[in-house]
Design a protein around this ligand. Sequence first.
Ligand SMILES: [Zn+2]
Ligand SMILES: [Zn+2]
Length: 578
Amino acid sequence: MQPLLFEIGQDKDERWSFHYYRDRTASQINSVADQAFWNRLVIQVGYSRDIVRHALVAIGSYHEGVDHLDEGRRSDKHKFALQQYNKSINGILKSSADSDIEEILLSVILFTFFENVRGEWASALAHLQAGLKIYSNWKAAHPAHLPPTEVSTRVDTNIAPVLTQLQLFVTSLLQMIPAKKSRYSTYMPDRFDDLRTARYYFHEVLHAVCAKLQSNHDEFQWPKSDEATLDHGRRLLYRWYDIWQEFLTSAQRTCSCFTPSSTAHFELGMYHMQMQYWIAIIRLECKPFREETSFDAHNDKFQIILDIGSKFCDLYMDRTLTDTAKGCVGFEPHYIPVIGMTTLRCRDPVIRREAIALIRRWQRPEAKCETHAIADVSEEIMLLEEASAGVSNPSAHEIPNDARFHLLGCNPFRWNEATQKFELVYAIEECDLIKFRLIRSGIDPAEQEIEIHWLDRRKQPDSKPLHELPLPHDVTGFFPQTIDGPAMNSKLWSTLGGKKVAMFLERASISHICQCQNCASQNELLTTPEPRVVPVAATVDGVDQPTTLGEPSYITPNAQYIPLASPKAESARFAYVT
Ligand SMILES: [Zn+2]
Ligand SMILES: [Zn+2]
């Protein structure tokens, strides 16, 4: 590597913060990509490309800001960070997606990191979504059968794996992605012709409700809830259920996938939809569902879900039936998200244990470890809640509100015999220790500390007990990582694990009530929008909307809408995502 003699611009503040990133920040980051990405690649590109440099300066300046004890200095540094961040965004709007693809994608990763450490996860998510969109557009224009260019090779080796890993982290952290505003219709036809259509209208309604709850959340902060929207959503789902019942009386249940013909595929799709319906109704009927005790009135519905889930499982574990189900009914039927939700929200000790057992009935080879980890965490939370009830074997109503938990997220670790440390792992199959974060029901998320718990899943009989081993220090978020040595005292991560994050996650879980495939399963969340089958009629606001799919994009700039962030502006988020 050539020595870098070349200096950064003329601006000494930029140079200072760039060096702060290079000399202090870079060595502390080891998430998503190996260290060479953070302490060599981005810095090298930053020397020659303004947009990447401004993004690094923003991170360096933010980091220096949190390191400052002096309030005034800190605020100056953060203001400078936002200015640099906006400069970089402006640079992206002026660049060409094709020739500048590397710089654009690197900047997007850096923006995501910047917003992540600031605890602005909605903005971090918007950046990541835009980046994935740009990458997939670029990929489509450069198909694999064409000879690789220098640029495409670098993108494929250096950047694509980072984006993929980020996407995986984010989808496992945010099972519930906040819906984009007003993209969905609440139109309902008079009849459904098949399962696919029934499912489509069901999720349009539910996503419209989610989008509305998300967009007006600021008016209904804890402990208020937007009862009008919940009530509207409920009436729409009741209507859906009437049409659904009508459909079931006359539907053709056999398909030609099997000889002799069978109703198995239809039943899988039907059970799937019925579980989706009941869990959605429970959420919509628990008006102030920030009080976990409000779920107790719905134990009868949890029982219905469990009965359907059990019939579903009888069919689902037979792979000769299920491997072809998606092609036949038009969607992937599943049961884990709904039953997983039952294990967390239903406090009836019998139903809850049966729900956990139902998750453990998963014996399909794919996702088996992950599924069983979900059951283990659910069981642990159940035992924690029951233990703090103050009586033995408590019934649902004997578990007080503030002894009930919201699960905020899990990080998996594996013991490394060579280093004698637990290391953060990316795939849950490999994990033998799970760290999970909880907040309590009935207490303002802005007023409580996140509680940390550990679940030991090590199987080796000669394992040392957990309390004799060093537990890992880690940070959560879009860029989870373990922290070692001097970095343990770093303030770079000070926002993560704090109240801002708890509030964001609570907001996501309050306004997102859907357990559909796109909302609840990993990988598909960020890149594959649901195919539209009908034009939009009206939104949940009752206002007609155009049918454009408003994916964020950096490539269609409209520069006059870009505000320069001021320190008063909460953040520069969405500045270029119109
Ligand atoms: Zn079939
Ligand atoms: Zn959904």
